[in-house]
Design a protein around this ligand. Structure first.
Ligand code: HEC
Ligand code: HEC
Ligand code: HEC
Ligand code: HEC
Length: 352
């Protein structure tokens, strides 16, 4: 076949345009080679695909500070030293030496290290340590209770590894990965042009998916909608969910995958997403994690709404809350499964 000059130019032009159009897509694309690890039985395609080139970045994100050396007990409980401890409501059962050690650790984990309000001053009026006038102290007291609740009531998720303030905070006053109800940008066309909470490339749904961009308000909060969407009985009158609910579930699943740095098949056999029998045990751990995050946000974060100043809240006035990425930071076990909590046993006892 002979090609005319015009056809040739036209097809060249088409190829050039195709390449130009592909460039923005490539920005989201990770180049090969990738590593893969088999997770499920042979032949099921249950594999974990990892990019060896981002391993270093993840490692840096998940290194941890050296735990403070253990200290000897003073032999005096905080609650019995009313001279020096006037307003201790949660940590009264600690030995005074352990109390000071914990205050030091909390400062490293949560408070800024430089500036006027660095260290102890981030939560305390240094003239009067007993005072609750700095809001961060009131928040921190509740966070101590929350951390203890996670470590004692959610062993089904955090196992003996447990968490400390550092698991979420990583040396920042506000953890890097948090969420608040996201109304999306203002619409020129009003209601008629509504995006209905989706079709907005970017956060938190990765890969420029058109899925709902706020799966958290209804699925990782209290009260929560059901994540399950697959019908368990055939039509008609089946129990399947709406397309809208299904898209929210997928959006949350995308968050869970990226938050943990894993593929869907880390938990599911994609032959049947809803089947627990065919899932890996990690999916059960994840289920408990969902329950835990809902409780963290509903019982601890939201009740602090009035304590936080406006600059610590989202556009709708709700507090910044936790999701899977808050602790996991891109790896399947936060801090690669290292247990910092073991060095601070006072954070793994039930609240008084
Ligand atoms: C992230 C916030 C935070 C930081 C930083 C912090 N503390 Fe505290 N501190 C608290 C909370 C919360 C309490 C109250 C605990 C309770 O009620 O059980 C407290 C209580 C105290 C008390 C008891 C005061 C009293 O009379 O009731 C002392 C003493 C104290 N802290 C010392 C320190 C020192 C020293 C530092 C710096 C090394 C420090 N704290 C850093 C949150 C913080
Ligand atoms: C499950 C994750 C998680 C854990 C564990 C956790 N926090 Fe937080 N913390 C948060 C989130 C999310 C916020 C942000 C809330 C906001 O800004 O609206 C926060 C905010 C705070 C603030 C307020 C900071 C500011 O500048 O406004 C303090 C203080 C704090 N946490 C202390 C602690 C302490 C102390 C511990 C350990 C005893 C702890 N946190 C453990 C998630 C966590
Ligand atoms: C870390 C584990 C984990 C990962 C990764 C994960 N899922 Fe899930 N998935 C779950 C859990 C747990 C549930 C059940 C939640 C419940 O029962 O409330 C679930 C539920 C679902 C459901 C609803 C099933 C039903 O019964 O209606 C679908 C669909 C689904 N996931 C798809 C995906 C897809 C697609 C991906 C990858 C983008 C993915 N999941 C990644 C743990 C995971
Ligand atoms: C408060 C911190 C925290 C939050 C928030 C959190 N996790 Fe975890 N998660 C942990 C810890 C700690 C472990 C390690 C437990 C262990 O050592 O077995 C873990 C382990 C897991 C595992 C097991 C991984 C493996 O390799 O066996 C899965 C799956 C998981 N988390 C899923 C989730 C999902 C999904 C969410 C969000 C709905 C979530 N986690 C939120 C702390 C957290």
């Amino acid at each position: 076949m002979k090609l005319s000059a015009t056809t040739l130019t036209a097809s060249l032009l088409v190829s050039v345009i195709a390449v130009l159009l592909a460039i923005p897509m490539m920005l989201q694309w990770e180049r090969p080679p990738m590593d893969s690890t088999q997770l499920g039985f042979r032949g099921l395609g249950m594999e974990q695909i990892t990019n060896p080139r981002i391993a270093e970045t993840l490692k840096a994100l998940n290194t941890l500070p050296v735990p403070d050396d253990p200290v000897e007990n003073d032999g005096v409980l905080v609650k019995n030293d009313t001279e020096n401890y006037k307003n201790v409501q949660v940590l009264g059962d600690l030995d005074t030496a352990q109390f000071v050690r914990l205050m030091n650790a909390i400062s490293t984990w949560v408070a800024p290290q430089e500036g006027d309000n660095a260290g102890c001053a981030y939560c305390h009026n240094l003239e009067n340590m007993a005072s609750d006038e700095v809001y961060t102290k009131v928040v921190a007291r509740r966070m101590i209770q929350m951390t203890r609740a996670i470590n004692t009531q959610y062993k089904s998720h955090v196992a003996e590894t447990g968490v400390t303030c550092y698991t979420c905070h990583r040396g920042n006053a506000v953890p890097a990965n948090v969420w608040a109800t996201n109304p999306g940008p203002k619409q020129a066309g009003g209601m008629a042009a509504s995006r209905d909470g989706q079709n907005l490339a970017g956060q938190p749904v990765p890969a420029y998916a058109s899925l709902p961009y706020d799966p958290f308000t209804t699925l990782l909060n209290t009260p929560a909608d059901s994540i399950r969407v697959v019908a368990t009985t055939p039509l008609p009158g089946g129990t399947g969910a709406s397309i809208r609910a299904t898209e929210k579930t997928y959006s949350l699943m995308m968050h869970m995958s990226t938050g943990l740095g894993v593929n869907c098949t880390f938990c599911h056999n994609s032959r049947q997403f809803s089947s627990w029998e065919e899932s890996r045990p990690q999916r059960v751990t994840a289920w408990h994690g969902i329950e835990m995050v809902r409780d963290v946000n509903g019982s601890y974060m939201t009740p602090l709404t009035d304590v936080f100043p406006a600059n610590r809240k989202g556009p709708m006035g709700d507090v910044l809350k936790a999701n899977c990425a808050t602790c996991h930071n891109g790896v399947n076990k936060p801090l690669y499964g290292f247990s910092m909590a073991k060095s601070y046993p006072e954070l793994s006892v039930p609240n008084p």
